[in-house]
Write a protein that binds this ligand. Sequence first.
Ligand SMILES: Nc1ncnc2c1ncn2[C@@H]1O[C@H](COP(=O)(O)OP(=O)(O)OP(=O)(O)O)[C@@H](O)[C@H]1O
Length: 314
Amino acid sequence: MSTPVIKIENLVKRYNELVALDHFNLEIEQGEIFGLLGPNGSGKTTTINCILALLSFDKGTVEVFGETMAPNKYKIKREIGIVFQNVAVFNELTVYENIDYFCGLYIMDKNTRKQYVEEAIEFAGLTEFKKFYPKKLSGGLLRRLNIACGIAHKPKLIIMDEPTVAVDPQSRNKILEGILELNKKGATIIYTSHYMEEVEQICTRIAIMDKGRNLAIGTKEELKMMIKTGETISMEVLELENKYMEEIRKLNHVYQVDYADNKLNIKCSKGKHNLIRILDYLQQNQIAFGRVYSELPTLNDVFLEITGKELRDK
Ligand SMILES: Nc1ncnc2c1ncn2[C@@H]1O[C@H](COP(=O)(O)OP(=O)(O)OP(=O)(O)O)[C@@H](O)[C@H]1O
């Protein structure tokens, strides 16, 4: 097997009393789009900062491209592109000049740099805005500029820390498509987010974090196989006596039944004919029902089952 791009073992990071990373382990292979998913404060940014050697830590090891990471490992740092949560560009420079500046930190040859900057501008959809100053850009365009600055030097590893927070849907889609494109061209991507839909959409593997620990790791299919919920069936029911709720609860594969605001919610473990069995029961007992929905588990269900709380997909 090839050397992992990232290998983190037993990482502990404390901020005084607070344990931000608690014996955290992670391995990321070349070519992955790896999602670090967790609620606010779960330790995603701390993990990224430890990978980049921007933070010292209390215990454990961090290897990048097979080498122990340290603040002076410039050869490794050249191969990493980072897009931070907060936009970090110069207000005094235009879009073109900003990208040129960041690219120039790594690419010395003038012609190559010019080509890379043009490519990054096109990639981020900023061609019309080349001469604009950041203050004149919308929030979404500013994020795209931030990304272009981070990736223009064609790094092998791109780390994106919540790049779509507070971004309009159009720019969000553009950013997600862009990440897939960068990956297709060979970059390994680490993507942190608390938007589970995005992570489901683009990531090849996902780690679910909470309180500085890695709770589960796998493809989205593997994560969903880890939990009991196979299917959530919900429907509108105008009236439902308690005795029926009890009986539904006893049906095969059903393990949770809730009824509130005329909505019946039934959680089932994995089974082939859950929906048919439930509808048969309702019909036999002449219980009228309206629209019926059947949903497969989401990453939120995985998170909920593992931690007992919602991921809060804001
Ligand atoms: N410089 C710091 N000093 C003290 N505590 C910190 C510091 N940075 C982070 N923390 C705390 O460490 C924990 C992990 O924070 P971190 O920013 O890594 O989480 P996160 O998952 O990235 O959250 P968010 O999604 O809000 O960015 C939180 O409890 C946070 O309050």
